[in-house]
Design a protein around this ligand. Sequence first.
Ligand code: HEM
Length: 448
Amino acid sequence: WQAKIPGPWYTNITSLVLKYHEFTKNRRLWIHALHQKYGPVVRVAPNEVAFCNMEAMQEIYQSKGSGYDKTEFYDLFKQYGHRTLFTTLNKASHAARRRILADRYSMTNVLRAPMLQAIEQRASYVLKKCQESQGSYLDIYVVLHCYALDCASHFLFSPGGTDSINSPEDIKLMQELSYHDSIKQRYIQHYWPIFNKILPLFSSKSVPLSRGYVLRQSHQEKPHEVSLMHKLQSNSSVLSTIEMAAECMDHMAAGIDTTGDSLCFLMYELSLPRSQHIQDRLRQELVSHTDAKIDELPYLDAVIKEGLRLFAPIPMGLPRYVPDGGSFICGHKLPGGSIVSCQAYSLHLWNTDVFPNAESFSPERWLEKEGKAERDRLFFAFSAGGRGCIGKHLAMVEMKTLLRKIYEQYKTTVASEMNGDMSIHDQIIASRPKDQTCLLVFDREHES
Ligand code: HEM
């Protein structure tokens, strides 16, 4: 069957080239280049095919609700040795876990007063940092990751959330979780677990502070009723304390870099000279609708979606197994057990019929009525279907709240001292700004 799938000849006989690109942090770009050359279906290894169109995306991730089962690649993300919502492989165990957690992540819960006020308070701490940077610049990479950690940990453990924006102790958690480069070790762990056992050199970076913090919070006696820990503890007959900790550790990690990096890429783009007119239009909407609810600001929504389209923090393929008995995808018959995936990066850039001028940052595209349904369906930053991001409402509310506060009052530009590289740099399924630094100048435009 492989021979009938388009792709370079060597991918028919070896997976070594794919592995080479994974180790050199080039999987995403290599696969994207193959799509440009061979089209929306491309063989990347004898047993693995990448797709980049709507039909394949819906089949792999949305058929029968949650699409195909995950592969053992996700074992890399086990926490304290336990499977979590993210790392369960098959549908049945995933659905059972998701049922326990879903209502806490609903938009209704995220918008409840105690949650929203806590997010607003953390956004005002960020604003204070912007204010203090007047006359100089602010490294937003740091402060945005602290903001994402503080919001997520509040959601998980309130009242036990972190205050890393203000506390030198708590900022260590953000540093431990966000500044690491473990891609090679993790691929070794995935492909050759034996090396991992005999050569400790290769084992992934540990995160002792974060693990300790999460374990302590999991023993909390009275978590707030809007928090995830409250929900987990009320299911203590199903989950042990260590399983609750594993679940929360996973969500904390899932919530920091994704939201922090998205905001960082987006604010950098908005601060470039070419985007000043976008910033002006955004500010115009914000200052003329100061009483609007957070989800009643269409341009703000469009700016964030466009940021997530061009700089999806999880831009790489999300691997799934073709079910037993095989399936037909885009006219190709694939046997059960072969690996298939779509990557957000290519879905968002390659389909120029849905996203014309796909390389350019243009929030306006999201406001056009024509093609709206297609755009929304192909938007893959949060993945899609029953295994899509459970934290997406929380993330959107965090991002909207912060950007609203900042751009209501400030104009941002890139500092002349900024020489960090902001290009998209791959980690394992996620990516981040290459040099993990982004210096912006905040000039006050309007009084609050
Ligand atoms: C801009 C921010 C975010 C983006 C772009 C994002 C993206 C994603 C994507 C693409 C997936 C699917 C991954 C896969 O199938 O391998 C995912 C899953 C997940 N995300 Fe997010 N995420 C964001 C924020 C958050 C936040 C704030 C949380 C929680 C605090 C969170 C928790 C999770 C969890 C628990 C899953 C696993 C869901 C499941 O398997 O049912 N994410 N996210």
